[in-house]
Design a protein around this ligand. Structure first.
Ligand SMILES: Nc1ncnc2c1ncn2[C@@H]1O[C@H](COP(=O)(O)OP(=O)(O)O)[C@@H](O)[C@H]1O
Ligand SMILES: O=C(O)[C@@H](O)C(=O)COP(=O)(O)O
Length: 425
C-alpha cells in the first residue's frame, strides 16, 4: 500500500505534533526530517508520511522551493492527497509562508480550493467567525503578539491570509460546520462557484474537527494545525483506504543522561524553564555574550557536568530582554546565534554520553535536530497533547528526543517528559 496522506510541516515541533496526533489512531506514521535523500521508490513508505521542513520563517521563494521538493517526493511515493501543516497560532509574516506555499501546492496538484483550519481545541486554539483565539484571548492579544520571529498582531484569519495569496479568501463559519459535513460541503461548493480558493473554516471543539475532516478528507489539499488531521486516519480506515495498524516495536534502550535545550521565549516555556531550574543544573545563554565571545563558556560549563545529571541550557527570556537583544543584534541574527550555539551544545552533549533530549521551540528544534543529523523519528507516547516522545538515531547512536512547541505542555512539562520516558522505556 502506498502513501494515503502526504503531509508537509513547516517546522519540526509541528511535524512531531502532527505525527503524534495521526498516530493516536494506531496507524503507521513515518516522520522524516527534511526531504529524504533516499528515492521514494526505494523507501519503505507508510500510509501516513510526514516530511518536516524548517521553512516557517525563511524567505517565501525558499519555502515554496522546499515544499515543492517535499511534494515531489511524496507524489513519487504514491500520495494523491496532501496536508500542509502550520502552527495552531498561524505563525507567519505579511509575506508568508502559509499562503504562498498553499497556493504553490494547489497549483502543482491542480487543487481549485483548500481549507485553513489551525484550530486545536485540546490546546485552547479555537476559530470563531474567522477569528483565532488562544484560550480566551484573541490571537493578537495573546502572548503570540510578542513572538520573537512572527509576532501575531491580527486575530482575523481572512485578513492574515489575504495579503499572502493571489486567490479569493472566504469563510465557512461555525453555524455551517455545526450543521454537519453535508452542509459544510455545500458551503465549500457555493464558495467555489464564487471563485473562492482559500476557505477559513471555524472550529471550536473536537466535534467540529470531526465534521470538517469528514467533509474535506477527499480534498487534494487540506491545510491547518494538527488537530483537523487527527480524525483522518479513522475515516480512511473506515473507508478501507488503509487496512494496517502499526505494530508496536519494543522501546529501544537509551542511556540515562538527559538535557533540556530551550530556545523558545513563549510565556508557557518561560514558566516551564522556571519550574525546572530548581530541579536541574542550569545554564543561561546570553545572546549578546554569544555575539561577542561565542559559545565557549557554555561548552566549558557543559563539559564540567556529569552526563547523568539532569541539565537545562536555555536562552529563554522575557519579551523586554528579547526586544533589547534584537534591537542590538537584529531579529534574525539574534535567533541564529542562539540556534547555532544550541546546535553546537547538542553535539557536545551527545559526545558526552547524553541520550535523552528535550528541546523547546520550533526553530530551536530544527537547529538541534539538524545538528544531531537526525533524519527520521519514530513516534511514541505523548507527554502532553501534540508533544510525543520519539526514538531516533544520530549516526549509529540511539537517542530519545521530544520536540516541544513553545506554547504546549503543562508548567511541569520537563519533569513530566522524563517521567513518561521512564514509563515507556
Ligand atoms: N534571549 C533571546 N533573544 C533573542 N532571540 C532569542 C532569545 N532566545 C531565543 N531566541 C530565538 O527566538 C526564536 C524562538 O523561536 P522558536 O524556537 O521557534 O520558539 P517557539 O516554539 O516558542 O516559537 C529562536 O530563533 C531563538 O533562537
Ligand atoms: O500547531 C502548533 O501549535 C505546533 O505544532 C507548532 O507548529 C509549534 O510551533 P512552535 O510554537 O514554533 O514550536
Amino acid at each position: 500500500m502506498g502513501v494515503v496522506l502526504g503531509c508537509i510541516a513547516d517546522d519540526f515541533t509541528g511535524a512531531t505534533d502532527l505525527a503524534g496526533l495521526l498516530a493516536r489512531s494506531g496507524v503507521k506514521v513515518s516522520l522524516r526530517m527534511g526531504v529524504p535523500e533516499e528515492a521514494p521508490e526505494d523507501a519503505d513508505v507508510a500510509a501516513f508520511e510526514v516530511i518536516a521542513l524548517k521553512c516557517r520563517t525563511v524567505p517565501v521563494a525558499e519555502a515554496v522551493a522546499e515544499t515543492r521538493a517535499a511534494l515531489d517526493w511524496l507524489r513519487r511515493a504514491g500520495a494523491e492527497r496532501f496536508f500542509w501543516k502550520y502552527c495552531s497560532t498561524f505563525d507567519s509574516t505579511a509575506e508568508g509562508n502559509i499562503g504562498p506555499v498553499a497556493e504553490a501546492l494547489m497549483a502543482e496538484i491542480g487543487a481549485e480550493q483548500t481549507i485553513y483550519c489551525p484550530a486545536f481545541p485540546e490546546n485552547g486554539r479555537a476559530i470563531f467567525m474567522g477569528n483565532l483565539f488562544v484560550g480566551e484571548l484573541p490571537l493578537a492579544e495573546s502572548p503570540m503578539k510578542d513572538h520573537p520571529l512572527t509576532p501575531m498582531r491580527d486575530s482575523n484569519l481572512m485578513r492574515l491570509i489575504e495579503p499572502q495569496v493571489t486567490g479569493k479568501v472566504g469563510l465557512a463559519n461555525r453555524l455551517t460546520v455545526a450543521r454537519g459535513p453535508e452542509a459544510l460541503k455545500a458551503r465549500l461548493d457555493e464558495l467555489k462557484a464564487q471563485g473562492v480558493a482559500h476557505v477559513v473554516v471555524d472550529a471550536v471543539a473536537d466535534e467540529d474537527l470531526g465534521i470538517i475532516a469528514e467533509a474535506c478528507h477527499d480534498m487534494k489539499l487540506m491545510t491547518g494545525g494538527s488537530a483537523v488531521a487527527m480524525p483522518l486516519p479513522g475515516i480512511y480506515l473506515r473507508e478501507g483506504s488503509i487496512t494496517e495498524a502499526a505494530k508496536r516495536e519494543s522501546a529501544p534502550q537509551v542511556g540515562k543522561g538527559s538535557i533540556v535545550f530551550s530556545g523558545s521565549c513563549s510565556a508557557m516555556t518561560r514558566a516551564q524553564v522556571a519550574d525546572y531550574l530548581p530541579k536541574a543544573a542550569g545554564y543561561k545563554l546570553d545572546p549578546l555574550d554569544l555575539a561577542a565571545n561565542g559559545p565557549q563558556a557554555a561548552r566549558d560549563w557543559l563539559a564540567a557536568q556529569d552526563p547523568e545529571t539532569p541539565k537545562i541550557i536555555y536562552a529563554t527570556a522575557e519579551p523586554e530582554d528579547v526586544a533589547k537583544v534584537q534591537a542590538e543584534l537584529g531579529v534574525a541574527e539574534a535567533g541564529e546565534l542562539v540556534e547555532s550555539a544550541l546546535a553546537q551544545l547538542a553535539q557536545d552533549a551527545l559526545a558526552q554520553g547524553v541520550r535523552r533530549f528535550v528541546v523547546a521551540g520550533g526553530e530551536t528544534s530544527g537547529a538541534v535536530t539538524k545538528a544531531l543529523g537526525v533524519t527520521a523519528m519514530e513516534i511514541d507516547a505523548e507527554i502532553a497533547p501534540g508533544v510525543p516522545w520519539t526514538w531516533c538515531r544520530s549516526g549509529d547512536t540511539q537517542i530519545a528526543m521530544t520536540l516541544k512547541s513553545g506554547n504546549f505542555g503543562a508548567v511541569t512539562f520537563f519533569t513530566n517528559a522524563f517521567e513518561k520516558l521512564e514509563q515507556i522505556s
